[in-house]
Design a protein around this ligand. Structure first.
Ligand code: SPV
Ligand code: MG
Length: 562
């Protein structure tokens, strides 16, 4: 529905239409939030926001630009104050063409000469244009509009100029007869009698009346409406309140010389984010930008010593094993970089001196031999303040998996291979790998949806109920691939829970481990789940390798390119 249609519908509704003056996108949005029916693109406010008098100093293009900004920031119809139409009837024609094309619902033109003076400035030269000239402007405006719903409000300044009630009525009637959709009677009287009398004497009932109760400030909307006013404009309070707030805040800041001195005078930053739509932008980022926003850090675990690949790993940590000219870690870094993740941290331990790739931040767990992967992981706690991707140092994976993880809308996501039931069926007959080297980390989902042959991964992640080696392989819905993604909120939950556990859980078993110190990453994830913190699975279907045995290593050589 067009904004002009919206305003027409408000006109058809019983009761008053109350609109609020604004001067930019932000004040428009705050006006809408406050519940007003529409917005007034106020010449007074817009001029003030440029720090110039309201006296036709700004051009039509400058005023239009602001009206457009307001229109874009709000779903409310805009009534644009177009002063005197910026010239004669020819200027009015262009004014209507431009404002209508911009989606503005209505314009208001007043019978001040060009250049005008604000109705309230005392001691300035004030002249009105000839009544016929202004009526012709109204006719020109109505003849120009293309959309029947677009409205032209004609305003008379006869009372402001001190030309009396008769002249005001004469002018109002002439403009109504010229086709104005509404007539605005302006007054600078302290009490509302002038406008109430005008309304009483108004004899063009098909042309509704408009008023601007700026100086007669104590009259309520209801009284004005009952007197016959349909549209009531609260014209300049957005800018006046901001001037008061800004003055107080800035003066206090200057005097007190620390920013916290105005905490009670300013909104929190989050309120600004809310008003400007940062949440919407985040959703659009994840929908339309390539995966791997620059804010994501990768934390790669490369501390442990591998038994399964001895003697290959006698002098080498597993991530440094070469597969056709590139190490596992190099291959990981390559995919991460290709997905836009340039911030990479590696936790080293066993044979740490062998890991020397450039452009990586290193954290060393000297005590790797007697501590678990969780302890190693938290050596890089500094990297977990914002969104981060956690990665085992011995996995190779398709880029698509990483892209999906980086786009996951969940706060905590695990990459889960849903081909598990096939892997399990094959392993049972051939070579049950979990019997050889311990069970893999398996996953039980709350709502598994489909799995198995002709698997179609879900677009949205689904909730994890259980993760760990203890999950029954015959009932598991997938295998944890060794990649987890945390949003800033997810990272905070993870680090908070681990911090609490380190303080409180000094002895006793911890999930599948005999102690917190010996716990694995999946034990901590299970703890989060048990504390009702949402952990989601992102579906993968094959497309990855864990290099844990000679068999894995041989397969990697066979599969990977030089
Ligand atoms: C404006 O807001 O620019 C108006 C209303 O024209 S008033 O300032 O009251 O004249
Ligand atoms: Mg004005």
């Amino acid at each position: 529905m067009t904004k002009a249609r919206k305003l027409r519908e408000l006109m058809a509704r019983p009761g008053p239409i109350v609109i609020i003056g604004a001067h930019n996108g932000l004040s428009a949005r705050i006006g809408e939030e406050a519940g007003f029916d529409g917005l007034w693109a106020s010449g007074f406010e817009i001029s003030a926001s440029y720090a110039v008098p309201d006296a036709n100093i700004l051009t039509m293009a400058e005023n239009l630009q602001v009206a457009k900004m307001m229109n874009a920031a709000s779903s409310l119809p805009i009534v644009a104050d177009c002063d005197n139409g910026y010239g004669n009837a020819i200027n009015v024609i262009r004014c209507v063409e431009e404002y209508e094309a911009a989606g503005i619902a209505a314009i208001c033109i007043e019978d001040n000469i060009f250049p005008k003076r604000c109705s309230f400035y005392a001691g300035v030269k004030r002249e009105l244009s000839d009544v016929e000239e202004h009526a012709a402007k109204v006719r020109a405006a109505k003849a120009t509009q293309r959309d029947r719903d677009f409205m032209v409000i004609a305003r008379t300044e006869a009372l402001i100029a001190g030309w009396g009630m008769e002249e005001a009525l004469h002018r109002g009637r002439a403009y109504a007869d010229a086709g104005a959709d509404m007539v605005l009677i302006h007054s600078k009287s302290k009490d509302p009698d002038e406008v109430l009398t005008f309304a009483k004497l108004w004899d063009r009932p098909q042309t509704p009346l408009v008023c601007v109760p700026t100086i007669y400030r104590t009259t309520k909307v209801e009284t004005l409406h009952q007197a016959g006013f349909k549209l009531i404009i609260m014209a300049n309070h957005a800018i006046r309140s901001s001037i008061k707030a800004m003055t107080e805040t800035l003066q206090t800041l200057r005097k007190e010389a620390y920013t916290g001195s105005v905490d009670d005078k300013v909104v929190p930053l989050e309120r600004v984010y809310e008003l400007v739509g940062v949440d919407k932008m985040k959703k659009e980022e994840s929908a339309f930008l390539p995966a791997g926003s620059p804010g994501v850090t990768a934390v790669i675990l490369a501390a442990g010593q591998s038994q399964g690949l001895l003697p290959l790993t006698e002098n080498l940590p597993k991530p440094m094993l070469d597969i056709k000219g590139k190490t596992i870690l190099e291959r990981q870094v390559e995919v991460l970089n290709a997905c836009g993740v340039k911030d990479i941290a590696v936790v080293r331990g066993y044979k740490k001196e062998a890991i020397t790739l450039p452009n990586i931040r290193y954290y060393d767990n000297e005590d790797f031999a007697s501590s678990s992967e969780l302890v190693s992981m938290f050596h890089a706690a500094k990297e977990m303040k914002g969104p981060f991707l956690f990665l085992y140092g011995d996995i190779l994976f398709e880029r698509a998996h990483l892209e999906k993880m980086l786009k996951s809308p969940a706060d905590i996501s695990l990459l889960v291979d849903r081909a598990w039931s096939e892997t399990y069926a094959q392993s049972k007959t051939a070579d049950p790998k979990w019997e050889k080297r311990g069970a893999p980390d398996l996953v039980l989902l709350k709502d598994p949806q489909e799995s198995g042959y002709r698997f179609l991964g879900a677009d949205q992640p689904h909730q994890v109920a259980k993760v760990g080696r203890g999950v029954d392989p015959s009932g598991a819905h997938g295998e944890f691939v060794g990649m987890a993604m945390f949003s800033q909120k997810g990272a905070r939950a993870l680090t908070d829970v681990y911090g609490q556990l380190r303080e409180t859980r000094t002895s006793g078993a911890f999930h599948e481990a005999d102690s917190l110190r010996n716990a694995s990453f999946t034990d901590l994830v299970q703890e989060l789940i048990d504390r009702n913190i949402d952990v989601q699975a992102v579906d993968a279907y094959k497309g990855w390798l864990e290099i844990d045995t000679f068999e894995d290593y041989r397969r990697a050589w066979a599969l990977l390119k030089e």
